[in-house]
Design a protein. Structure first.
Length: 337
């Protein structure tokens, strides 16, 4: 089965073709980083308009790279939610239009399910069951995953997501948007022990997270000192170390609580090299193993949507009616295939 995946939940337009036997055959991605950099964050109306401009050329590019035509597509999948309503509607309407024109079924996919399952595209892929850490600019969650569509929420952030805290702290340090990757690069040159930032909820008995207080501590630190390049690097390194400590501690606690031995990390922050190194060493220490998606699949992309649809449906459903979007959508509410 050949699945066309369309991702337009926020500020990346992603198109990919996934074959159930051949894997990802072709993909194309456009990031809106330059478009939103002037504003220091995503402007929803601009994001939607850019998706409209990019989606058709990117679809043609992905098809060309795959060496396939639209007539070869068996199933069309799009991101139904969560995300920005206007951006989601662009992908949904294009998917529905293609479905009508080609007489192909169209299915909506949960954005976070795409991220959660994307490490299965790694070599080697993890086996079920596993604990999943979904960590990005908008989400920080721990899930117990028994199989496709069988997800139980273990814990989540009670305020800022980890990626959001990265971005806001980067802004305090005068770093360019997007702040998370910029802060990570700066942290590599700093002294992570110079500032003793708090580790919020690291000792709590639950598996929830909180990063708002850590962000506030960074704010007070920035206001207290006259910043130069070295000091910025030390603040960045100390802040990153605090986030990594919290994420690692909660992941290990989740593995212990569930009795599982596999940890899967997905989402944009999953590309952070310090987090990858720490989770690799910590899981090995307790006899567990950690899996990450390929680096290109950490951010939003069409491949994860096509792949999730292929896993969820197995074969193209008989038909679909209409389309819709869900800007807010609880992952744990998804039914099993």
């Amino acid at each position: 089965m050949l699945t066309l995946g369309i991702e337009t939940s926020c500020d990346e337009t992603g198109i990919a073709l996934y074959d159930s036997e051949g894997g990802v055959l072709g993909e194309a991605l456009h990031s809106q980083v330059d478009l939103h950099a002037l504003y220091g964050g995503v402007v929803p109306e601009l994001a939607s308009r850019d998706h409209i401009r990019r989606i058709v050329p990117l679809a043609r590019e992905a098809l060309e790279r795959a060496g396939r035509g639209l007539a070869d597509v068996d199933l069309i999948a799009y991101t139904e939610g969560p995300g920005l309503a206007g951006a989601l509607l662009v992908g949904a309407s294009v998917a529905a239009g293609l479905g009508i024109a080609l007489d192909r079924p169209v299915v909506g996919i949960h954005h976070l399910e795409g991220h959660l399952l994307s490490p299965l595209l790694a070599d080697p892929p993890p086996e079920f069951p596993f604990v999943a850490l979904l960590v990005s600019g908008g989400h920080t969650q721990l899930m117990a995953v028994q199989g496709v569509g069988r997800y139980a929420l273990l814990g989540e952030t009670v305020d800022d997501a980890a990626g959001e805290a990265f971005d806001k702290t980067a802004s305090l340090l005068g770093l360019d948007y997007p702040g998370g990757p910029a802060l990570s690069r700066l942290a590599a040159t700093g002294n992570a022990r110079r500032f003793a930032f708090p580790r919020p909820m690291i000792a709590s008995e639950d598996l929830d997270f909180s990063f708002s207080g850590l962000k506030t501590a960074a704010l007070h630190c920035v206001r207290k000192h006259a910043l130069d390049d070295a000091l910025r690097a030390d603040i960045a390194a100390s802040f990153q170390a605090a986030v990594v400590d919290v994420l690692a501690a909660k992941c290990l606690r989740a593995l212990e609580a569930t009795g599982m031995s596999r940890l899967v990390v997905a989402g944009g922050v999953g590309a952070n090299s310090a987090l990858r190194e720490r989770l690799g060493s910590e899981t090995a220490r307790v006899g567990a193993r950690v899996f990450f998606p390929p680096a290109r699949l950490c951010t939003d992309n069409g491949a994860m949507i096509a792949f999730a649809a292929a896993l969820r449906f197995g074969s193209a459903p008989a038909g679909t009616e209409g389309f819709g979007v869900r800007p807010r959508w609880d992952l744990s509410s998804l039914p099993s295939p």
